[in-house]
Design a protein around this ligand. Structure first.
Ligand SMILES: NC(=O)c1ccc[n+]([C@@H]2O[C@H](COP(=O)([O-])OP(=O)(O)OC[C@H]3O[C@@H](n4cnc5c(N)ncnc54)[C@H](O)[C@@H]3O)[C@@H](O)[C@H]2O)c1
Length: 459
């Protein structure tokens, strides 16, 4: 018989995990301190916006319920996943404030529980947090002993917002940091029944797993940043083209094509804070994570670079249309979004900013306030624009044609950070097409190289 599962934290990740696990035949009880989230789930609604979440909840209601009582959840389950926020603190570390509160409640419930219970921390934390920060709370509150009365694992998920359910059920691998063999084996057996793709499982100490999670995210951001570094170089060589370079590079199996695309920087709720946190833990332990620090610093310079590219074309009062405000396509999340940074920076230098995003309009309005007019229509946005800035490769933007930019103004400049409209717009008489990541000016670039490699100096 399947173990019974409880999930503490029904947010962007936890709600999807609860529904996905229920969809695999498990009885699941979710806990949240937010009554609204609990009520919504119990009424068959998604507490957060996520692809297929509501449908999955509705289809599995007989096995899925929610409560505000940690006690109820712990006493009625065998294994508990804790997936509460771990926001960045002033030092750049991940705060354990919410997790500590959740562990205190779980510990109190464990005190009343007969039999073994497995506690799995899924929230992103830094090395040492689970064993040295949170385990003492569980042992103190339960007056029980880890390994004997209950188990403790650290097991993060590798998901992307917008495809959380799909990613959760089909991971590249399972990562289990275990206090001992008993709790690790129980979690692995449980995952093997939940996951649909029979993924390989990596079991290790809790601390190695904590480091692996943050290492994976920071590695991916380093790869993105590497492509962006090359992109800057491509703009300075005649005929330079970042896509030509990265497409070739990606064919090498040691490198691969994923996340190797020069464009804007990375954003969202996870990636930007992970390099900062890795730098923090390295410094705190007497090591140095200079690569992580540089990646973070470089990523934060990218919006300013785009503004510099735009500056020659902008006159005070001109209207710039920013297309894309979420941190990526198919998302309503605007946290650390490059589109938001750019809209703010453009407003600061005196442009009138209008903006559009297929999903993030509402969130962006709250974030940008009077700095931009968020329109509900892409075409209305284009109608007003002297300059168009495309910040995400959203399919809606990819489908635009030259005619959509024809708004009666003599010439509209289109700055295309992802080069998605190259075929459609390059060479159009009424459009000044500016693809980021390609040679800015072949003649000047050639002149610089001529000076650098002047053959007279070689002989
Ligand atoms: N969002 C992502 O893309 C993502 C990806 C990987 C990892 N993570 C990590 O997962 C964790 C959760 O992220 P999220 O985006 O789901 O957060 P979230 O803010 O969307 O949701 C967290 C939920 O936990 C609830 N909560 C807080 N304290 C609680 C407590 N003591 N008991 C019960 N519920 C409590 C909140 O009310 C909220 O509903 C974080 O550590 C995050 O870094 C997130």
């Amino acid at each position: 018989m399947n173990v019974k599962v409880s999930i503490v934290g029904l947010g962007k990740l936890g709600a999807s995990m609860a529904a996905a696990i229920a969809s695999r035949g498990f009885e699941v009880v979710g806990v949240d301190v937010n009554e609204r989230a609990v009520d919504l789930l119990n009424a068959g609604h998604a507490p957060v916006k996520e692809t297929n979440l509501e449908e999955t909840i509705v289809a599995n209601r007989e096995r899925l319920r929610a409560t505000t009582s940690h006690r109820d959840a712990i006493l009625n389950s065998d294994i508990t996943f804790v997936i509460v926020p771990t926001p960045s603190d002033d030092r750049g570390a991940f705060s354990l404030q919410y997790a500590a509160w959740a562990f205190r409640e779980i510990g109190r419930a464990l005190a009343e529980k007969k039999g073994y219970h497995n506690v799995v921390l899924t929230s992103t934390v830094l090395p040492g947090s689970t064993r040295y920060g949170l385990l003492p709370i569980l042992e103190r509150e339960s007056a029980k002993e880890c390994g004997k009365d209950f188990g403790l694992c650290y097991s993060p998920e590798f998901i992307a917002l917008g495809s959380v359910i799909q990613d959760f059920l089909n991971p590249d691998f399972l990562l289990i940091g275990e206090f001992d063999n008993r709790c690790g084996s129980q979690l692995e057996a449980c995952y093997k029944q939940i996951m649909t793709n029979n993924p390989p499982c990596q079991r290790m100490s809790i601390e190695n797993a904590e480091l692996t999670k943050i290492a994976l995210n920071t590695f991916v951001t380093t790869k993105i940043t590497f492509a962006n570094m090359l992109m800057d170089l491509c703009e300075r060589i005649p005929g330079g083209d970042i896509d030509v370079v990265t497409n070739a590079l990606g064919l090498d199996r040691r490198i691969g094509k994923k996340y190797l695309k020069g464009a804007l920087g990375y954003g969202g709720p996870c990636f930007p804070r992970d390099n900062v946190a890795l730098s923090f833990i390295a410094r705190a332990l007497g090591s140095q994570a200079e690569l992580a620090e540089t990646t973070d610093r470089f990523n934060r310079t990218l919006p300013e670079k785009i503004i510099e590219r735009l500056r020659p074309y902008i006159r005070r009062g001109m209207t710039v249309a920013v297309l894309g405000l979420a941190y990526k396509p198919f998302s309503h999340v605007v946290e650390e979004s490059q589109g938001i940074y750019l809209a703010k920076a453009l407003s600061k230098i005196g442009a009138r900013v209008v903006a559009y995003d297929p999903l993030a309009g509402e969130m962006a309005r709250a974030e940008l306030k009077d700095k931009a007019v968020i329109l509900d229509s892409l075409y209305e946005c284009l109608k007003q624009a002297d300059i168009v800035l495309i910040t995400t490769p959203d399919p809606v933007f990819q489908a635009l044609t030259a005619a959509h930019f024809d708004n009666g103004k003599p010439k509209v400049a289109v700055v295309d950070c992802w080069r998605i409209l190259d075929k459609e717009l390059a060479g159009c008489p009424n459009i000044l097409y500016i693809p980021i990541g390609r040679s800015i000016d072949d003649e000047t670039n050639a002149m610089r190289l001529t000076q650098l490699w002047n053959s007279n100096n070689l002989e």
